[in-house]
Design a binder for this molecule. Structure first.
Ligand SMILES: *Cc1c(COP(=O)(O)O)cnc(C)c1O
Length: 421
């Protein structure tokens, strides 16, 4: 029996209506940008397996480092113990994180990184004896699938059964270069209620919303206003972190720096699940007290797993090489050229790109899952490209190590899909 058949007996996949869509493709190996299925077919991974494997799959530099670490120290509790990979990772991260970040707290996925950031902001004010229990977030933001993360996410795709249980969160539109005054007025109104602990945002690019890019100046004005009223700013860089936007972090494009940063996805170069919530020294200090209960009592069993830390360290080292930095610039330039060509296509409504992220909106409306979206997915897979449309948005987040030939093929197949529409 094929893996695809055996899969159906006991497995339950995420983001799937199994009755309508029972098949999952079985992947048996991956190397560089190429995924190979159980029938031997190859696919270019044009979204870096959900924005994680940015240095390519099974990257030898990273797997060797991880292998060495596995033989040295596999796992130890991070409550009471510490170890070289975590210490070193904190040192390396602080060097590249947005200015002001000074403390590294470990989680194990993007949602829990966000969850911890929400709890940090709430307890920061609790410890100070100030009652602030509300948050502000962007409309259409996505921050994860646990309850706190779902609450701050504006994009509530199929959250129906849970809506009654979510925190009350105030929403503002993303800045588009024209709605500046309107947003600031609304924001001021919310802030004047005096109960806002934090503002959480995906800096510059909203991933799940369809790689929507917003105005950096407008975001900066929002952050400045938050800062002036003690509203903690939480940059969810889970998707944008580690070079995706052409800089190490999207926050590097914005003058006003966040108080808290959430990281995951490319953090471990796609090798192991891990996440980080970093913060300023000022936030950390609000948890210091002779009262034990003022400490941050939030923990995940695998916090700072040494093997995951070693993958992250190897990834950060690669990210800073001239070769990878050049690749990112070259992909960005190629996207620019492709964008200018493809935006003239009659089936294309608009295009946008930043760093290695490229997206185009189709002229037609389609559902987020099902319908035309499923047909497009099949069209791409049949031609050897793994591209995952989001509603009527086609987007790319190619690995930094993609070859010119592979990237040309991805563009070509996108254009073929447009012609076939
Ligand atoms: C993917 C994502 C998350 C959630 O991360 P998980 O690891 O899937 O829980 C949170 N925020 C952003 C911006 C994301 O892209």
């Amino acid at each position: 029996m094929s893996l695809q058949e055996r899969d159906k007996k006991h497995l339950w996949h995420p983001l799937k209506q199994h009755q309508l869509n029972p098949d999952s493709m079985a992947i048996v190996k991956a190397k560089g940008c190429i995924l190979t299925d159980e029938d031997g077919n190859e696919y270019i991974d044009a979204i870096s397996s959900w924005y994680t494997c940015v240095f390519g799959h099974c990257n030898d530099f990273i797997t060797n480092r991880v292998y060495q670490q596995m033989r040295q120290l596999d796992q130890v509790m991070f409550s009471d113990f510490t170890h070289e990979p975590a210490v070193k990772l904190s040192e390396e991260l602080i060097k590249i994180l947005p200015q002001g970040q000074n403390r590294i707290f470990f989680n194990d996925n993007g949602s829990t990184a966000v969850e911890a950031s929400i709890k940090m902001a709430l307890q920061y004010y609790f410890n100070k004896g100030e009652k602030r229990s509300n948050f502000i977030a962007f409309e259409d933001g996505f921050h994860g699938d646990t309850f706190g993360a779902m609450s701050v996410s504006g994009l509530s795709v199929y959250n129906g059964p849970f809506e009654d249980f979510l925190m009350d969160v105030k929403r503002i539109p993303v800045p588009n270069g024209e709605n500046h005054d309107e947003i600031l007025t609304q924001l001021e109104e919310y802030i004047n209620q005096n109960d806002i602990a934090g503002f959480i945002y995906e800096p510059l690019v909203q991933g799940a919303a369809g790689m929507k890019i917003h105005d950096a100046k407008g975001l900066n004005a929002i952050l400045k206003l938050c800062k002036s009223s003690g509203v903690l700013t939480i940059a969810d860089e889970v998707m944008t972190g580690f070079g995706k936007t052409g800089k190490n972090f999207a926050s590097d494009y914005i003058e006003t720096k966040p108080d808290i940063v959430c990281l995951s996805k490319a953090l471990t170069a796609g090798l192991l699940p891990m996440a980080i919530t970093s913060c300023t020294e000022e936030i950390y200090e609000a948890f210091l007290s002779n009262d034990i209960a003022k400490g941050f009592f939030h923990c995940h069993t695998y916090s700072a797993n040494p093997v995951a830390c070693s993958a992250a360290l190897a990834g950060i080292e690669l990210l800073q090489t001239e070769e990878i930095q050049n690749n990112i610039q070259e992909i960005s330039a190629a996207h620019q050229e492709f964008s200018e060509r493809v935006k003239l296509h009659p089936k294309v409504k608009s295009t946008r790109h930043i760093g290695i992220i490229f997206a185009l909106d189709l002229n037609t409306e389609t559902e987020r899952y099902g319908g035309l979206r499923d047909k497009l997915l099949k069209f791409f897979m049949d031609r050897g490209v793994f591209l995952r449309p989001l509603g009527n948005t086609l987007y790319l987040q190619v690995p930094y190590i993609i070859s010119k030939e592979e990237l040309s093929k991805v563009y070509k197949v996108m254009e073929e899909a447009l012609d076939a529409l």
